[in-house]
Design a protein around this ligand. Structure first.
Ligand SMILES: [Zn+2]
Length: 299
């Protein structure tokens, strides 16, 4: 689905899926509470969509996050149950095939907004071209927060497996990297919001129309709509109590200002609004069907 939002024509695109341990996805929340909405496979993995957000405005084409990509070995793809929705036998990188299906060529992309450099967000930012690994969008500027860039170059033993240098080093080597120093405007109508609980310097994106209404790309702050209730914090988060405060602050704003939220990893629906039911936070899916991870139009 594509919709107009101020100057932006916005299309959430599911490039594929991966599977991560259900316990890790929901932290301290017992399986009995999440398994209905997120059934686990025989290896206890739940399905995550990799949903990138494409926003066209005049001559500029913005792409927020890039999915897993296809540089990784079979063993990696098996552990993480990686699937691609586009590309297949064409040998094109899955993100390129996904965007071409929406009428966008790699050279058309002018700006790549990276929330952070974990492999399921940044893997598709580069691809293997013969012996070399190169940026997927040769003419684009790739944006990442400076603090996060430095973290990704030297993560801890605990989060080292989430960063693969081939996903982001070639961007810098090609001179396409722009490091940002804190929150604020990136381009007309696009603002960066910084959170630090998941990983230092993760940025989330607000797309604003002329009236200040917000479409919000929530990355791993709310990976699924199911992460809206406050105790639902991923075990991957390095600073879970920081995440808790960030979730309180940002969900309050999302309700007050009636944001439309794009959930990057939600396998069931891509867009929704935040509300409270009793005192529990939840998402109300968009009335218009959006694309689920299985390729079906779902609410
Ligand atoms: Zn992450």
């Amino acid at each position: 689905m594509t919709f107009q939002h101020g100057a932006f024509e916005i299309t959430p695109v599911v490039t594929g899926t991966l599977g991560l341990d259900g316990g890790a996805m929901f932290g301290v929340v017992p399986r009995s509470l999440w398994q209905m909405a997120h059934p686990a496979d025989d290896r206890n993995r739940v399905t995550l969509a990799t949903r990138v957000l494409v926003a066209r405005a005049g001559a500029r084409v913005f792409v927020a996050d890039c999915g897993v990509g296809d540089k990784n070995k079979d063993r990696f793809n098996e552990i993480y149950a990686v699937t691609h929705r586009f590309g297949g036998s064409t040998r094109k990188p899955p993100l390129v095939a996904a965007l071409e299906a929406h009428g966008i060529a790699p050279d058309d992309v002018t700006d790549v907004l990276l929330t952070h450099l974990h492999f399921d967000h940044c893997g598709g930012a580069t691809y293997r071209d013969g012996d070399r690994i190169v940026p997927t969008f040769p003419k684009a500027t790739y944006y990442v927060q400076e603090e996060h860039w430095r973290w990704a170059l030297d993560p801890t033993e605990r989060d080292r497996a989430s960063f693969l240098a081939d996903d982001f080093r070639p961007i810098e080597e090609a001179g396409r990297l722009k490091r940002l120093d804190g929150p604020g405007p990136i381009a007309p109508g696009i603002e960066s919001v910084i959170v630090n609980g998941h990983t230092p310097g993760m940025q989330l994106f607000k797309f604003l129309d002329d009236a200040g209404r917000v479409v919000f790309y929530s990355a791993d702050l709310w990976a699924f709509a199911s992460h809206l209730p406050l105790p639902y914090i991923m075990a991957y988060d390095l600073y879970p109590l920081t995440t808790l405060e960030e979730k309180k602050r940002i969900s309050t704003q999302a309700i007050e200002e009636d944001w439309r939220v794009c959930f990057e990893h939600d396998p069931r629906f891509g867009l929704g609004r935040v509300e409270t039911s009793g005192r529990i936070l939840q998402a109300v899916p968009d009335a218009a069907p959006s694309e689920g991870a299985d390729g079906e139009a779902v609410k």
